[in-house]
Ligand binder design. Structure first.
Ligand SMILES: [Cu+2]
Length: 123
């Protein structure tokens, strides 16, 4: 009986972890007319964590850090040679325009926070 209980709680835990790290980040936010997107940095996740843009579209990301842990302080944009320092509770903006389609990942320094920019061909 105890074994069963442990197994069941193990399955629930795994399901929760999968949901947290995978399903919760699947929702993509598309930028259309507004071209400014606010990203909340809180509880170990960027929200939204997936942002869709068109190639060569100019857009601005505004990060607002609510997480006091030092882990959340830096945002590194892989492959773009850009990074940001986020003071607590103070919005920081970065303007970007990405010429090539693909996925661009941005993370905190320890890669616990993860987000991605999905760039689609504008055709
Ligand atoms: Cu971190």
């Amino acid at each position: 009986m105890i074994d069963l209980l442990i197994n069941v709680s193990g399955v629930i835990l795994i399901a929760a972890i999968i949901w947290w790290f995978w399903l919760s980040s699947v929702k993509a936010k598309t930028i259309d007319n507004s071209q400014l997107i606010e990203i909340l940095v809180e509880d170990g996740v960027y929200s939204p964590a997936r942002i869709e843009v068109s190639a060569n579209q100019k857009f601005t990301l505004r990060f607002l850090r609510k997480d006091a842990s030092p882990c959340a302080e830096k945002v590194l944009f892989e492959g773009l040679d850009k990074n940001l320092i986020l003071p607590l509770e103070q919005p920081v903006e970065i303007e970007l325009s990405l010429p090539t389609s693909g996925e661009y990942v941005f993370t905190c320094e320890m890669q616990m926070y993860r987000g991605s920019l999905l760039v689609k061909d504008s055709d």
